[in-house]
Design a protein around this ligand. Structure first.
Ligand code: PHE
Length: 470
């Protein structure tokens, strides 16, 4: 650990007291880290399959709209508040309410974020483990010439075996802890500087391959030709929910990453770049995946099994499938890893602010806790597949531990805390601070951002949130 940890102490220490804190080395370092957080299983696993389930083009259009009017403004607000406060989400909110004379209830926003990212990590690591195991399967030619039943039994076999799931989850979590424990610069920045370029390279190779198949155009058409008759209310809601998940907003991560952002970095421009990278990767993942699906006469609407069942089938049939299959799952592991390290960061930052914890100790304690809590998700796919611990609450009926965590974080906490972030930045922060932080003078850009944060974003999120609940 080369850098100085956050100074412990009271709330009264302001953002200006963070002089001893580590900072991202450059704007690019922050962009890579935040894009690393944003680009994850959400882009390569979830986006393609929900697009497939919802019929393609029209869904993609709605999703892009959600990123623009909900995701981006909240991302800007979260990074801005994070940088202004300069501490963990909780410490930042404590300091802000004191300084601005606001209700202490706002501190709940910090707690909500820190606990949500931690909860997500507990199950994300298990899915990350699936990806790790699939690198091995692909490299061992397990998919070569396999029938749909055989591929199904590889996936089924993995999910039904708790020991195997637990082992891959452990491998994945260990990698996360090893990176985060080394600190912002020597751990996270270093890993991200290698992993992100590698991710872009692998993705381009995959898209290049898809472009060489006869069905590339069918893939493009599927993603971009909008047929609104296929668009349901559910689809709109799922597009909005996904905008939160994919940009990693509303869970303290962008708060925490923002707290290490040097003062001279322009936030709006940077947040736009991150959103464009994240969206670009999701679309490129679609362009890499759908042509292979169509070329092999498979169904795009297979659901969550799309990349773990449909795609391996395609790899098994095509020339060079072992090579490209291995590359694809390596890409998935990298994307998941750079997201998972960001999920651990808010809690680590918070614990580091306590007496008696340095980064190493905080990371090990929290990593171990998340690892153990991950067992609940591991068992949700086998031994506890029919164990519904919160069945007495209507929205959690028929949900396993994994389903509960997923629903609670993505459908409830993320929108709720995103809504609060928009309201906080739009209505409660002083105009002067917002202008200063964003480096925007009076003008159309500033006015439209404030208008969006005050009205559009909260309205859109409130609708989804209420719908989700009832
Ligand atoms: N954005 C990540 C993805 O798309 C997931 C994530 C959620 C990361 C919340 C951090 C916080 O996979």
């Amino acid at each position: 650990m080369s850098e100085v940890a956050h100074s412990g102490g009271g709330v009264s220490e302001s953002a200006d007291a963070r002089a001893g804190n580590p900072m991202w080395s450059s704007r690019l370092a922050f962009i890579l880290a935040a894009s690393g957080s944003a680009v994850g299983l959400g882009n390569i696993w979830k986006f393609p399959y929900i697009t497939g389930e919802n019929g393609g083009g029209a869904f993609v259009l709605v999703y892009l709209l959600c990123i623009a009017i909900v995701g981006l403004p909240i991302l800007i607000a979260e990074v801005m508040i994070g940088r202004w406060g300069g501490g963990s989400p909780i410490r930042t909110m404590q300091w802000l309410v004191k300084k601005e004379g606001l209700s202490r209830h706002w501190v709940g926003l910090g707690w909500l974020g820190v606990s949500a990212s931690f909860l997500i990590l507990t199950f994300y690591s298990v899915i990350g483990g699936w990806a790790v195991s699939y690198v091995g399967e692909a490299a061992n030619s397990s998919f070569a010439g396999a029938s749909s039943d055989e591929i199904g039994s590889i996936f089924g076999g993995l999910l039904s075996n708790p020991w195997q799931l637990f082992m891959w989850h452990s491998v994945f979590m260990l990698a996360v802890v090893m990176i985060v424990a080394r600190g912002l610069k020597s751990g996270m920045e270093k890993a991200i500087n290698i992993l992100m370029p590698l991710l872009f390279l692998l993705l381009l190779v995959m898209v290049g391959y898809a472009a060489s198949t006869d069905h590339f155009y069918a893939g493009i058409e599927f993603l971009f030709a909008a047929d609104f008759s296929k668009l349901s209310t559910e689809a709109v809601l799922s597009a909005l929910g996904h905008a939160f998940f994919t940009l990693s907003i509303g869970v303290g991560v962008m708060f925490a990453y923002g707290s290490f952002l040097p003062k001279d970095v322009p936030i709006v421009k940077t947040a736009v770049t991150i959103s464009v990278v994240d969206t670009g990767v999701a679309l490129l993942a679609g362009l890499a995946i759908f042509p292979l699906v169509f070329a092999n006469g498979l169904e795009p609407g297979a659901g969550p099994g799309l990349i773990f069942q449909t795609l391996p089938l395609a790899f098994g049939k095509m020339a060079g499938g072992v090579f490209f299959g291995t590359l694809f799952f390596a890409l998935l592991v990298i994307a998941a890893l750079t997201s998972a390290i960001s999920m651990l960061e808010p809690t680590v930052e918070w614990l580091e602010e306590r007496q008696g914890f340095n980064r190493m100790k905080a990371t090990i304690v929290l990593g171990a806790l998340a690892w153990i809590m991950g067992i609940g998700t591991v068992l949700s796919f086998n031994e506890w597949a029919e164990f519904y611990p919160l069945a007495f609450i209507p929205v959690f009926e028929g949900k396993t531990i994994f389903d509960i965590l997923d629903y609670l974080t993505a459908n409830l906490i993320m929108p709720l805390s995103g809504l609060c972030l928009a309201v906080f930045a739009g209505w409660f922060m002083s105009r002067k601070v917002v202008k200063e932080q964003l480096g925007l003078g009076d003008g159309v850009l500033y006015d439209s951002l404030i208008f969006t944060l005050r009205f559009l974003t909260p309205a859109a999120v409130a609708i989804v949130f209420i719908y989700n609940l009832f």
